[in-house]
Design a protein around this ligand. Structure first.
Ligand code: HCB
Length: 215
């Protein structure tokens, strides 16, 4: 049944199976499982286990990198499908997504970006390791659009930059142009309040819900 396939997807991530992961993804698609469920019920729970194992020091960086590669191999298949599923919900808005300077963790960022696209947002993906000045420039360039800024930070160090980008937007009189959602493992509700951002989300599906609500 589907649970068996979800377990297979999860295990492919945990076992760093770079070929098996896209194969299991294709198998799940062929079985009629949606790209959305493949991510949320299979792949993302696998990455959660990898993160926990790393924290428990039962695995090390090279293993994480292999799991990340397995994840990205699956996303290569799923991203075009999610892009196609994008309805014609005209005018949801534009999402400018990025990862803070100094931070190259891109898995969560990609998931969130993909899910926002699948929910009708026009996407401007600035990428990872992005200086705040570049973020402000992107917002300035798109001034007037219905817009949400979606930032990720996976490290407590890079997270500090989130507060600075809000301040920079205020200084440039751009804060009113854009809603702001920040996320990533270290981000808490208290931090969102301290930054003066508008919201956060636990995972990619939640991020799409929060973003739609904020617009
Ligand atoms: Co990395 N790393 N890492 N890492 N890494 C973390 C983040 C630590 C927490 C692990 C630890 O020590 N406990 C840690 C940070 C510690 C801290 O901040 N105090 C850490 C460190 C220290 C480092 C290096 C410095 C290690 C080193 O080199 N010595 C180095 C830094 C590189 C750099 O950025 N400059 C490094 C490198 C790596 C890789 C390359 C091996 C690999 C990244 C591969 C890649 O992304 N292409 C990696 C990984 C995979 C992790 C862990 C294990 C998993 C992160 C991940 O992908 N999670 C992570 C441990 C952890 O997070 N617990 C560890 C899965 C995704 C799906 O979850 O949280 O990213 P997510 O995103 C969610 C969620 O947060 C939300 O939705 C997403 C989807 O569900 N969300 C948003 C995300 N963004 C959002 C934005 C919104 O607006 C709303 C919601």
């Amino acid at each position: 049944g589907n649970q068996e396939l979800f377990d297979k997807l999860r295990d492919a991530i945990v076992n760093q199976d770079i070929n098996g992961c896209p194969a299991a993804t294709q198998e799940a698609l062929d079985a009629g499982i949606s790209a959305f469920d493949i991510i949320n019920e299979g792949l993302a729970p696998g990455m959660k286990i990898v993160g926990d194992n790393f924290e428990a020091a039962t695995i090390y960086l090279p293993q994480i990198m292999m799991s990340a590669k397995a994840m990205n191999a699956a996303m290569e298949i799923l991203e075009p499908i999610l892009a196609e599923e994008k309805g014609d919900d005209e005018g949801v808005g534009t999402a400018v997504t990025f990862v803070q300077e100094g931070d190259i963790h891109d898995i969560g960022h990609r998931l969130v970006t993909t899910m926002l696209g699948a929910n009708g947002f026009d996407i401007i993906d600035l990428g990872t390791d992005i200086p705040n000045e570049d973020v402000v420039e992107a917002i300035a360039k798109n001034k007037g659009k219905k817009m949400i800024l979606v930032g990720s930070a996976l490290m407590t160090t890079s997270m500090l930059g989130q507060k600075d980008v809000v301040r920079l937007l205020e200084e440039e009189n751009l804060r009113g142009e854009v809603k702001i959602m920040f996320g990533g493992a270290p981000v808490t509700d208290e931090w969102i309040e301290e930054c003066g951002a508008d919201g956060t989300a636990e995972n990619a599906a939640d991020a799409a819900r929060v973003a739609l609500k904020l617009m």
